[in-house]
Design a protein around this ligand. Structure first.
Ligand code: FNR
Length: 367
């Protein structure tokens, strides 16, 4: 279909399924085990209903906001997803260019296909980039990378905490097996059946990473430190107590622990717990969520429940794979159009006008 016939995030997914090589589709689309968490991530939004307010002057809608000190066009960012070149020859640079055009923030993955320096060099003037960090068992490698990132103008360090071991993404594993194993190896016990793109690239990740390491990170960088992959209120409070600048509530797009809850489901209890500790989320401490955000109304619901912004992963990979720069730009525009309409119909003119009483979460816990 032509790009102007793409009307939402799901349209891009259907196209990507058709145009991507099977191994790329498997790597991008898979979740872990039975993929219950992956499906739940978007489904959870269906259990949140809206309480629209009418007779409000909504002639002008302003959805701009700021995240970690950066003004952005909309409370969303392009989150880190590894191996961009599986979907497009320019890889992550496609996302950088489109993010610049639309004034949104891009989080660069440690496991990008393009080199870190290449992605940074693609940046436009004043464009903000963050870094997603996988911590290396060799801390000198990590220290060099973090220092280099700070010198390169990266504005936030997002340390991934939900992947001390990689989840079993069976679609990905099978794909690699059938693609790479010659027939003769079918009876060879030494053949690595549980490979897959993900496992092949992640052996260096340090499973000993723990809360005490936050102090070390704070000693080597001035960048704000955000823990990505928080899945309970208890851990969000610990991130606050250990001096982090924020958290991303995330289950890694349902690719790690199956039956982990969706980020949006735990968001209300996280905000409550932080407030009980005397923390003012949005002022002292940023709470982001990612996973399953596919509609402008999903963004609205997240903001209403206290998120500073949302990360979006697969939809941008799919838009990039099908249509390159223009696809990613259009998808950002679609999210903007959807959020604008949602805000107007909800009677919220600005991001600050989006308040908790605008959502009904009575059914959120009913699975
Ligand atoms: C990811 N994600 C991820 N996260 C991370 O911290 N480091 C990484 O290298 C990757 N790589 C990655 C690859 C692919 C193909 C996907 C789909 C996801 C997780 C990502 O940052 C984010 O948490 C989820 O993608 C959000 O869910 P949605 O928007 O994809 O539903």
């Amino acid at each position: 279909p032509r790009l102007d016939e793409m009307y939402n995030a799901f349209d891009f997914e259907s196209v990507a399924k058709n145009v991507l090589p099977p191994d790329a589709w498997a790597y991008y689309s898979s979740g872990s085990d039975d993929e219950v968490t992956m499906r739940e991530n978007h489904n959870a939004f269906h259990r949140i209903w809206l309480r629209p307010r009418v007779m409000v002057d909504v002639a002008k809608i302003d959805m701009s906001t700021s995240m970690l000190g950066t003004k952005t066009a909309i409370p969303l960012y392009i989150t880190a997803t590894a191996l961009g070149k599986l979907g497009h020859p320019d890889g992550e640079k496609v996302l950088t260019r489109a993010a610049a055009k639309r004034d949104v923030i891009q989080m660069i993955p440690t496991l990008a296909s393009c080199s870190f320096d290449e992605i940074v060099a693609t940046r436009a003037n004043n464009q903000t980039q963050w870094l997603q960090l996988y911590v290396n068992s060799d801390r000198t490698v990590t220290q060099k990378f973090v220092e280099h990132a700070e010198k390169s103008g990266i504005k936030g360090l997002f340390i991934t905490a939900d992947a001390p071991q990689l989840g079993r993404r069976e679609k990905d594993m099978r794909q690699k097996y059938s693609q790479e194993a010659p027939d003769e190896m079918d009876n060879d016990d030494s053949f690595q059946r549980d490979e897959g793109a993900a496992r092949a690239i992640s052996a260096f990740i340090d499973p000993s990473l723990n809360w005490k390491d936050v102090a070390w990170f704070k000693s080597i960088t001035k960048m704000p430190i955000i823990i990505k992959g928080i899945q309970t209120a208890e851990d969000a409070v610990l991130a606050w107590k250990y001096g982090c600048a924020g958290v991303v509530l995330s289950n890694h797009g349902g690719r790690q622990l199956d039956f982990a809850p969706s980020a949006v489901e735990i968001l209300p209890e996280v905000i409550d717990a932080l407030k009980r500790e005397g923390c003012d989320p949005k002022k002292d401490f940023d709470v982001y969520i990612d996973g399953g955000i596919r509609r402008g109304s999903d963004i609205f619901k997240a903001v209403a429940l206290g998120a500073k912004g949302v990360g979006i992963g697969r939809p941008f990979l799919f838009a990039m794979s099908g249509y390159g720069d223009k696809g990613v730009e259009r998808l950002i525009q679609l999210y903007q159009d959807e959020l604008e309409m949602c805000m107007r119909l909800m009677g919220a003119k600005t991001i600050e006008d989006i308040t908790p009483d605008m959502v009904d979460i009575r059914n959120l816990k009913d699975h």
